[in-house]
Structure formats: structure tokens, C-alpha cells
Design a protein around this ligand. Sequence first.
Ligand code: ARG
Length: 470
Amino acid sequence: MKNQVKITLKLAFMEKPWSGRFSEDTDKFVEEFTESVSFDKELAQEDISQSKAHVKTLLKAGVLTEEEAEKILKGLESIEKDISQGKVKWKKEFEDIHMNIESELVRRIGEVGLKLHTARSRNDQVVTDEKIYIKKELSEILRELKKLRETLVIKAEENVEVVITAYTHLQRAQPIRLAHYFLAFREAFLKDVERLLDCYRRADELPLGSGAVAGVDFPLDRFYTADILNFNRLARNSLYATSDRDFLVELLFACALTGIHLSRLAEDLILWSSEEFGYVELPDKLCTGSSIMPQKKNPDILELVRGKTGRLTGNLLTLLVVLKGLPTAYNRDLQEDKEPLFDSIKTLKGSIIAMREVIKNIRVKKETMEKKAGGFTLVTDLANYLVEKGMPFREAHKKVGALVSYLVEKRKTPEDLTLEELQRFSLLFEEDVFEILNPFKVADRRETYGGTAKKEVLKMIEIAKREEGL
Ligand code: ARG
């Protein structure tokens, strides 16, 4: 096998790998315009891991001798070490991270380094790096999301005895236990996890060995490579494997949607921390002031969580537009996938951590919440009270509607009503109606599975704790 391998050793480490076919140097502007090392250096570790696995596969295939493989592996390890200490200088002349590492290898170990790229194209190399990167980063995001969910469960448990009004259309709707609110967001983040795990599965398919487009003509044991690199499956079609960025679109979508959940939570808390609501107070250490208005304490951290959703959504759109209409297989346009990817991962991670800190440190102003949880939010239950006494719901709704107009006119709230007043609207009202005229009671009447009654909320907290291993 070894003798069949013909590697062109013409390439010196200072030349471009394709220089054999070219008669003039690359234009400087083109070099600047086409380079990607300024951002794909993010994939340096992944590229080295991949190359190490590739060398072992080439050895197993008889393409490299033991001695050659060992030299290359040692060279790669020394570069790896220097990268981790920030000692390697990346050069735009070598375009991307893949060629930078290769040229650095040749500089360090000489001509044998030129054999590394046998049976590999940057087309299968780059997408393999991306998948290794995504798997690593996803594991981290999932860990951060777990911590955020745990914080929400703990906050829920602390706030079972707090009642707040739920809003629909941003108008006060019905009282709920504050614990129910925190659990709602845990639910959203759990769905995000399901989506992200699906992205992980899709990334867990090894492209390496697909070559430029058609596979490679060396007997590579791709299962062996997959084992070394910890991939669960092999990409089954070289053409698809080198063209595919769908796994990335899905990931950017999952990141954007998780960001949108964080943003909606941030928006609620921004409103709640305003003087108008006065429901929560953010700790000083998480806020910033104004350079001109001394009284200001701004929730910038939450505003940024909300604002960063712009990038997350933008990154998804960028990639979708890059992909649309691309001819099948690798095109250089695909280089444009990296900045959105790195940006979304970094942005989302930061936002999750920021949100966890806020939730952990937020001070709930129980009294204000409670005070505003009563009033007109109770009247749905006055209608339901009449229904329980036998009145059809539509009729009860009408009667209580008239009662509401009366209260508005008199500038009163339902808690001010006397039995005599209530009975003017229906004789079905009796003394026991006063038992439900408080927000806790009203919340606790919602006992259906998934409802806000204390009994249900406590059950859901137990389930959540079990699921989180708390
Ligand atoms: N820097 C390139 C990218 O990010 C690597 C692949 C280049 N392949 C090629 N045939 N020019 O996509």
C-alpha cells in the first residue's frame, strides 16, 4: 500500500498548497478578502484532534509508516501545546486554520508533514471540525441550561406562598402562584433542550473520509476514525456530507429560540422591576447607573439578554440565505457559516449565564405582588361561582359584567362589595362568596393538571426536582 502512495513533495511550507497549478502569486486584496483564519482559528483544537485521528487512520490503511505517523503525531501535539499557550501565530497567507496548521506542521517536522493531507480535502475537514466543535459547545450549553432550570425550580419552591396576577394582553387577568410562573419558563427551557439534543444527534455523524465530494481512493477505515473521534455514526453519502449545513441551520434556530425565551423572561423582569410594577428588585451588583440621572438603576443586563436575540435571529437568517440556491456540494460561500455559528454559541452561553445570575439574585416584593393580584382578577371566579350555583356560564358572565361596570362607576373593587350589593346582580350570591374573594383562594381553585392551585404547583415542583436530580 505504502508504495502505491504518491505524495507530491514539491510543496514547500512557505508556498500555497495549490501553487503547482498557478503561475502568479495571489493578489494581496484577494488574500485579505478570502481568508478565514482570523475567525476559524476558533476551530484550532478541533482541527488538531481531527488530524491526529486521520493520521492513525492513514497508518491503519498502510498509507503512512509507523515512523511517519509518529513524527506527524508528535508535530501535531507540539503545535497543540503551543496553541493552548497562545504561542502560534496565524498567517492570512495560509488562508484558513486548516492550512495554517498544516504549514506550521511542515515548518516543524519537515517534508513528512506534507503527507498529512493525503486522502482528505478541506471540504470534509472543515465540516468535521464544525461537528466536533458543536458537540463540545452543545454539551456546555446544555450544562448551563440545566443550571438555569435548577435555579428556576429553587425560585419556584421559595415562592409557592406568593401570589401574583398573570397578564393576558398585558392586562391583569387571573391570580397565579409565583412558583407557577418560574416553572413555566423551566418548561420552555426543557423544550429547548429537546431541540438542542436533536441538534447534537445530527452533528454526531462523521463526514471525514468523504473527501472533496466523492469519497477517497485510499482504504480508510472510517469506522475506526469515528471511534477515535467519538462520533456515533458515519455520514453515508460523501456528496451530502460535504454540502450539508442543515445541522447548523437547526442549531442556529434552536439557539435563536432559546434566546427568544430568555428575551421574553427578560422583558417581564424589566417591566416588573420598574417603579410602575414594583414587583421585583434587582441587586445593585447586576445593574448599572446613568451618567446623568443620579436616581437611575438600570436593568442593562436584562436589556442585553433581550437585545442579543437580534443577533441570534440574524445569524439564523444569514445562514439560510447563504444556503439558498447553492449548487450541490462544497462552495466557498459555506465559509460564511462560521461567524454566525461562533457568535450564536457565545451569545447564547452568555445570555443563559446572565439570566441565571438574575434569577438567583432577584428580590421578590411579595406585598406589592399580592396587593395587585386581587381586584378585578377575581371576577372570573364570581361568574364561576354563579355557574356552580346552577346559572349557565354565558348568563353569569353577563351578570358579572354588569357588576364590573357598577364597580368601575363607584370606583370600588370586588373586595369592597357587600352581600346586599352582590345580590342586586344575582340572588344566587350568598355569604360563602366572600371565601373566594381573595387571590390565593382564586388561584387554588385551578386544580386541573397543570393549573396554578397550590396542590398542583407543589406536585409540579416535586416532579421538576426529581427530573433535575435536586
Ligand atoms: N476555509 C474554508 C471554509 O471555511 C475551508 C474549506 C475550503 N475548501 C476549498 N475547497 N476551498 O469553508
